[in-house]
Design a protein around this ligand. Structure first.
Ligand SMILES: [Zn+2]
Ligand SMILES: [Zn+2]
Length: 248
């Protein structure tokens, strides 16, 4: 089996800390090419890093906050109007996805959700802990701790013989242990250094739970300003916009 790679098109927080783009990861294998999350700045990031949106067949969403799914209205209108896309697109995410996507489109571009699409668009609302086979991959969502209007997920993705786990945004929850069990790569948000909140992970708490995690490799993402200021001195690998990692 060939290589599986993850390219961080955006690994920033919601607020543009460090000038980073909002969450958007591009995963490539022999059989799949998909995005994990599509934050509001994702189309800009794709253009910046020379990634053709027409190559994307699938978008997986961890949760329905603007910095994780707010790029979809731009992505879909670009596909429809500029690119005249015909290739099918699948978007899979939390229950509530259909309504929240329609709402976002209507707020930002009125009537856009009612325009007839030039390409087949399939929306799939994932069910917790239920493996879902999609084009060349299987994704299993786990409910985490991050109120966002609809259930927030960590995602466990089997792709090209590798396991990629992604925490989404969340405070510590034992669900992460399952989601990242024996994963080849665990991408975990570490928004804060040691300040505690129920909504987000801090590095102090993550470090305290390292013994519970069996992932073979871990990369930190979604760093806030406090984390960015310390990133170069941390004993952990941190994501960088534009960087590619080989999984496994
Ligand atoms: Zn976020
Ligand atoms: Zn969030």
């Amino acid at each position: 089996m060939g290589q599986v790679t993850v390219r961080f098109l955006g690994c920033g927080d919601a607020f543009g800390s460090g000038g980073r783009f909002q969450t958007c990861f591009l995963v490539r294998s022999d059989t799949a090419r998909f995005l994990i999350d599509c934050g509001a700045s994702s189309l800009i990031a794709m253009n910046r890093f020379g990634v053709d949106p027409a190559e994307i067949d699938l978008i997986l969403l961890s949760h329905l906050h603007g910095d994780h799914y707010g790029g979809l209205p731009f992505f879909l209108l670009d596909a429809q109007i500029l690119r005249r896309r015909t290739r099918p697109l699948v978007i899979a995410g939390p229950p509530g996805l259909r309504k929240r996507l329609t709402d976002a489109m209507e707020v930002l571009f009125p009537d856009s959700s009612r325009t007839r699409s030039s390409f087949p668009l399939e929306l799939i609302e994932l069910r917790p802990e239920r493996p879902q086979a999609l084009d060349g991959i299987t994704v299993t969502p786990y409910v985490v701790e991050h109120p966002s209007g609809d259930p927030p997920f960590a995602l466990r993705i089997e792709c090209g013989g590798k396991i990629i786990a992604y925490s989404g945004d969340t405070g510590w929850t034992d669900a992460l242990v399952e989601a990242a069990r024996d994963a080849d790569l665990f991408i975990v948000e570490a928004y804060l250094f040691d300040k505690k909140t129920k909504l987000h992970m801090d590095l102090d708490t993550l470090t305290a739970h390292l013994g519970d995690l069996t992932a073979r490799r871990m990369i930190l993402t979604h760093l806030g300003a406090d984390m960015l200021a310390r990133a170069s001195g941390l004993p952990y690998q941190c994501a960088e916009d534009g960087a590619t990692v080989v999984v496994g």
